[in-house]
Structure formats: structure tokens, C-alpha cells
Design a protein around this ligand. Structure first.
Ligand code: PRX
Length: 648
């Protein structure tokens, strides 16, 4: 299936995997000695304060423990240990939306993080406390994450696009003591505000003792006496040295909320040692990070990609990480390519949705820039369609760079399935093979390996160091979400929620979620979560939300709505606006519905279950192949089809 592209090996003289032979050798080593091989990597790569006793404790599966009794601090791994030989190397390069520039060396990073850590301690933050970070893309956001980790507290970064309600839910769920935010930031040449969202979120919340505010754009904000603290005014009072807290391998490092198929977003909990080990190893294996490289991941730090590949992975590797505020398409669609040229970026990592947008807005824009520093182009977040892949390969990579299509999730902490840039022959649209040490497999509902060409469920058969440890405060939901659907030899294995297919060469093709999760511009949104919010509108009786393929966003949100009474008929335009206002308020603009269909009823089974498969097919304009005669109300299907056809 598909065309094959081979790596230009001369670009990767120092690669860890120079051929598929190197890849298979390590895969085999893991097969022969799983725990011993992980142990060897953990010994080699982590600067331990105290070496672990043994690599893996399976006694309380699926609550696995890695590198048992090891002691470390991830900020020591990311900063202190580099002070010996890289103190004046740039750790973070930053460019603002307004063109402002900053370069922060490892020594400066050490000082900034130390001051911030000292400030947090002074504010009463202790080991294990949760700190919510609601920040724009400025270096202080990274200082904040590392300062929290340095003192042994647990950060929960909330994406700056989430609304006050969504922020409040996350603050309450994590029982956060401190919130770190900024007055605002800039986007597309205009200031926008964050602090008022925090003020709104904290109404009626009494657990948050202090709000630390970084003054980024200097707009007027309201200061709550006794609660709000100006970072800019106070930070210079704190000493610029600090000792990292001694952490156990398994102490929680951070929570990151993500959507599931049911209920509210869940706080995915990651650990210290396993997470940092894999963040660092994947930087070497997948991104071939070399001492003089400048690495650019365009994600927001509010998502796992930003955590692992803007902050922890690059810094643990002692690399220079480029971070930017704003968007790739402002002031013009060449901004990203100009930045690649200006900062001589070696690895560029972005999402298919961004690639499609850049392609659409400036198909020849890359030609205007010198992109010869690039070796690797990465993609993540959703399947990449071959046309977008080819444009990326030809126009941006000039047919020489390797493309790494990395499949992974908030829960996996780092890459799971990906090409190796100097070794793997790639097929556009396939994430290729599992990384060594990752026992990913496509199986059927009975846990048997799926035959070639048949869609199955993507599982990971063995635990791995950077895996999710639990869902914060809800261990039952952790088991239910990931370790209940698929069993192999009677034992539950990690189920990703994704479907996938093997081709005849064993390549893995991810087909997308098989649960009720929609992927909009690479962001996960649960249909249940959106439906619960839409139901808050007084005119709505019933609602079902599904994903519909979208040229740029991958998927867009399609809502079927049954209204309560006749009196709202004819007022649909107003309702559309009102419903989207509620969504923006309760979740954030990313969850806005793109298509509405006001329908007389929803297709249901006799037991009352909504048949989403039918609704998905209608939204896509597909023929209904399913037998509808078993439905409680088969005639509704034709009525819905007509309404949708009329509307589009
Ligand atoms: O459906 C898969 C899709 O994104 C989901 C994970 O979303 P999230 O936890 O928000 O993390 C995104 C960034 C790691 C997966 O379940 N996904 C991620 N990468 C790919 C992908 N689908 C296809 N190909 C990928 N490379």
C-alpha cells in the first residue's frame, strides 16, 4: 500500500539507528530482556540522586511502578547537570507575537527557575501540592512548570484557550492551592487577556490561596488584595540559587486534563523518572537531537506535545528549544519559514492541521526562505493525509528531510509509533512501526492480532516507563478507560481508544478514534462533554454530537439537536449563536459547533441508545449501510437525511 520514501542517510551521520537492522536489534533486545533493557537505559540516561532498586513493579497492575525507589529531580536532569559543560548555551529561544526576542541560557534558566521555586516555597507551596498554570506562550510559563517540579509540587497546565468554567473545573478537581497566570498576551498583533478569566474561574472557589500574575502585556487588570501577587514586582527579591527537592521515581510530576468518551475531562497523572527517561530517549531516537541543534515544536504548552517536546524532552537533552507566541500565519503565512531560516531550526514539529493551513494560505511560501538547516519534519495529533504529507516533504523538506509521523497520546507521555529518521522507509500517512520497547499491536475485540488490511484496536501490550499512572482522584476510571476493553491471555492490556490497520508490509495506519472522542485540529474533545454543555440551553431537549471530516481541522463538530417546543421553530439562527456562546463559556472556543441540524428526533435502539454510527454517516453524506429496521424509530433516519441535505 502506498509509495515509499527512503531516508537521506547522509543527513544523519550520528543517528542512533542508522538502519532498520539497528532498529530490529533493539526491538529483539527488548523482547529478550524487557526489564533489563529498560534498566540499562535508565541507568545510562538519568542522573540519579539514588539509583533505583529494580526496574518494574507489576504487583499492583495496571498501577505499574517504574525504577522502584529511585531518587531524582527532573529539573536537575533538565538544568543543573548541564551547568557543567553548557552553562552559557541557549536553552530557550523565544519570539513574541510582536517580534520581540529573548534567548535564555542554561545558567539563566537555572537562576530564573530557582527564583521562581523560592517564591513558590515562600508562598507556602509544599511537595505534592497542586499548582495550576494558565499561561500564554512566554518563557515564564516554562520557568513556572520547572519551578513547580523543582520543589516537588505537581503542575497542571491548563491551555490558555479554555474558558473560566473549564479552568474552574480543573482547579477544583486538582484541588490547586496556587494559580500562576499572566495579565494577558498577544495574538495576531492584538492583546488578549487571561487574568480576568482566572478571576471569573475563582468566583466561589476558596481553596486557591494565591494567584501569581506575570505582567506580559501591561493591560489594566483587577488585583485582588491578599490573593494576587505581581511576579514582576517580587521575583527579584528571591535568591537565584536553589536545591532541587529529592523526588521518588513514582511521585507525580504533573496532571494534564484530557477528554474521554464519557463524563468530564480526566486528569492524566504522570510520574517523574519514567516520563523524563522517555522524553529524553525519544528526542534522541525520533528527533536525532545533536549538541548544536535548534529544535522547534510549535505546540502550546497547554497540551502534552508542549510538555514533552517544548519543555522536558529538549531540556533533558541539553538542546536549544525554540518557543513562540502567536500563530504561524501572522503577520503572514511565511512566519514559520522565516523563523526556521532565522533561527536555523534543525527539527520542526507541528500538526497536520497547521500543515494543511500553511499549504492553503501559502503553497509556495517556503520557496522564499532558506530552509536548508532542517533535517527532520515531524507531525502529530491526527492522521496526516498524503497530499499534506507530500507538500510538507517536497516544499518544506525539499525532498531531503525525513518526516516523522509520530503517533502518541496525552496518556503515553511520549512517542509510541514513529519512523526513525535515518532508518525507516516511510509511507505517507502511516506512522510506521512501534518504537523499540513499545509493544504496540493491532488486535480484534478478543485480543488476537488483526490480520493484514482489517481494522482493529490499537493496544500496548506491555507497560512502558512514561505511561499514565492513574487518573487523578479516580483510579476506577483509570482502569475502566484503559484496562477493561481488551484482554490478551485473560489479562487486560492498555487500550488507546484508536483504531488502526496493518498493511502487507506490517506498517501501521492509524484510522482515528473508535470511541466518542472527536479530534478537532489535533485537540481531543469528548462528545459527551459537549453534549452536556449544549443541554444547558433551555430550548434543547436532546442532542447528539459527532465528528465530520474537515479540510483543515481534520474533524469539525456536528450537532443534531431536538428542540423542546414548537415555539423555538424559526429561531434556529439565534439558537445556533446562543448554543455556541454557552460552549465558549463552559469549555472554550475550540469546542464550538460548526454544523447544526435541528431534527425531530434521534435514531435510537429499542433500549434507548442513540445510534451515533448512523448520525456520523449522515454527517459525512455517506449512504446508510446499516440495517435501520431494528431501530425504535426507523423513519427518523430519512427525515434527518433530508434535513441535513437541505442544510448543506
Ligand atoms: O487519535 C490519536 C490522535 O490523537 C490522539 C491523542 O490525542 P492527545 O492525547 O490530545 O495527544 C495529541 C498529541 C500526542 C490519539 O489517540 N493522534 C495523535 N498522533 C497521531 C494521531 N492520529 C494519527 N496519527 C498520529 N500521528
Amino acid at each position: 500500500m502506498g509509495e515509499i520514501f527512503y531516508p537521506k542517510k547522509e543527513l544523519f551521520p550520528y543517528a542512533k539507528f542508522k538502519s532498520m537492522g539497528d532498529y530490529w536489534e533493539l526491538v529483539e533486545r527488548f523482547k529478550r530482556d524487557y526489564e533489563g533493557t529498560w534498566e540499562a537505559f535508565a541507568r545510562e540516561k538519568i542522573d540519579w540522586f539514588q539509583l533505583f532498586d529494580y526496574p518494574l513493579d507489576k504487583s499492583n497492575a495496571p498501577f505499574y511502578k517504574w525504577f522502584v525507589n529511585g531518587k531524582l529531580n527532573v529539573t536537575y536532569q533538565c538544568i543543573d547537570r548541564h551547568l557543567k559543560d553548557k552553562k552559557n548555551k541557549v536553552a530557550i529561544l523565544w519570539e513574541g507575537d510582536n517580534g520581540e526576542k529573548r534567548a535564555i541560557t542554561y545558567l539563566e534558566l537555572y537562576r530564573e527557575v530557582s527564583r521562581f521555586a523560592n517564591m513558590l516555597k515562600d508562598l507556602g507551596v509544599k511537595k505534592g501540592d497542586r499548582v495550576v498554570i494558565y499561561m500564554p506562550m512566554i518563557p515564564e510559563a516554562v520557568f513556572a512548570m520547572l519551578a513547580v517540579a523543582r520543589i516537588g509540587a505537581v503542575h497542571s497546565v491548563v491551555f490558555g484557550g479554555f474558558s473560566a468554567e473549564a479552568l474552574k473545573d480543573r482547579i477544583l478537581d486538582a484541588q490547586a492551592k496556587i494559580v500562576i497566570t499572566a495579565d494577558g498576551a498577544y495574538r495576531k498583533g492584538r492583546p488578549y487577556m487571561l487574568k480576568p478569566v482566572v478571576d471569573e474561574a475563582l468566583k466561589g472557589v476558596d481553596i486557591v490561596e494565591k494567584v501569581v500574575v506575570v505582567e506580559r502585556n501591561g493591560e489594566d487588570i483587577c488585583w485582588v488584595k491578599g490573593r494576587d501577587i505581581s511576579y514582576n514586582e517580587l521575583i527579584s527579591n528571591y535568591p537565584d540559587t536553589s536545591q532541587p527537592e529529592v523526588m521518588d521515581s513514582e511521585d507525580p510530576l504533573f496532571l494534564l486534563y484530557t477528554s474521554g468518551s464519557t463524563g468530564k475531562p480526566k486528569g492524566v497523572q504522570h510520574s517523574q523518572a519514567g516520563y523524563i527517561l522517555w522524553a529524553q530517549l525519544t528526542m534522541e531516537w525520533v528527533f536525532d537531537i545533536q549538541p548544536n541543534d535548534t529544535f522547534w515544536c510549535t505546540a502550546d504548552i497547554g497540551w502534552i506535545t508542549g510538555h514533552t517536546y517544548i519543555v522536558y524532552g529538549p531540556l533533558a537533552s541539553g538542546a536549544t528549544t525554540l518557543m513562540f507566541e502567536g500563530v504561524l500565519t501572522y503577520p503572514d503565512p511565511g512566519r514559520g519559514w522565516r523563523m526556521v531560516e532565522e533561527y536555523q531550526v534543525n527539527q520542526f514539529y507541528t500538526a497536520p492541521t497547521a500543515i494543511r493551513l500553511l499549504h492553503k494560505l501559502g503553497p509556495d511560501e517556503p520557496d522564499k526562505y532558506d530552509l536548508s538547516s532542517l533535517r527532520i519534519l515531524g507531525t502529530v495529533g491526527e492522521p496526516i493525509d498524503p497530499p499534506a504529507w507530500k507538500w510538507y516533504y517536497q516544499k518544506v523538506g525539499r525532498g531531503r528531510c525525513s518526516i516523522v509521523d509520530t503517533w502518541w497520546q496525552t496518556e503515553t507521555g511520549g512517542h509510541m509509533i514513529s519512523p526513525l529518521p535515518a532508518a525507516t522507509p516511510v509511507k505517507p500517512g502511516s506512522a510506521t512501526f512501534p518504537l523499540p520497547g513499545i509493544f504496540a499491536e493491532i488486535v480484534n475485540e478478543n485480543g488476537e492480532k488483526a490480520p493484514v488490511g482489517e481494522k482493529g484496536l490499537l493496544v500496548i501490550k506491555k507497560p512502558w516507563p512514561s505511561m499514565i499512572r492513574t487518573i487523578w482522584g479516580d483510579p476506577d476510571r483509570f482502569i475502566q478507560s484503559y484496562f477493561s476493553r481488551v484482554k490478551i491471555d485473560g489479562k487486560p492490556v492498555y487500550f488507546s481508544g484508536d483504531g488502526a490497520i496493518y498493511d502487507e508490509d506490517g506498517y501501521i495506519w492509524i484510522t482515528g478514534r473508535v470511541d466518542d472522542v472527536i479530534n478537532v485540529s489535533g485537540h481531543r474533545l469528548g462528545t459527551a462533554e459537549i453534549e452536556a454543555v449544549i443541554k444547558k440551553h433551555p430550548a434543547v431537549a436532546e442532542v447528539a454530537v459527532v465528528g465530520r471530516p474537515d479540510e483543515i481541522k481534520g474533524e469539525s463538530i456536528f450537532a443534531y439537536i431536538v428542540l423542546k417546543g414548537e415555539d423555538t421553530i424559526g429561531e434556529e439562527m439565534e439558537l445556533v449563536q446562543e448554543i455556541n456562546q454557552i460552549i465558549t463559556k463552559e469549555i472554550g472556543a475550540i469546542a464550538k459547533v460548526d454544523n447544526f441540524a435541528f431534527v425531530p428526533g434521534l435514531p435510537k435502539t429499542r433500549s434507548g441508545k442513540i445510534m451515533r454510527r448512523i448520525l456520523r454517516a449522515i454527517a459525512k453524506g455517506e449512504e446508510i449501510k446499516q440495517d435501520t429496521s431494528t431501530l425504535e424509530n426507523p423513519q427518523i433516519v430519512e427525515a434527518i437525511i433530508q434535513i441535513v441535505q437541505k442544510g448543506s
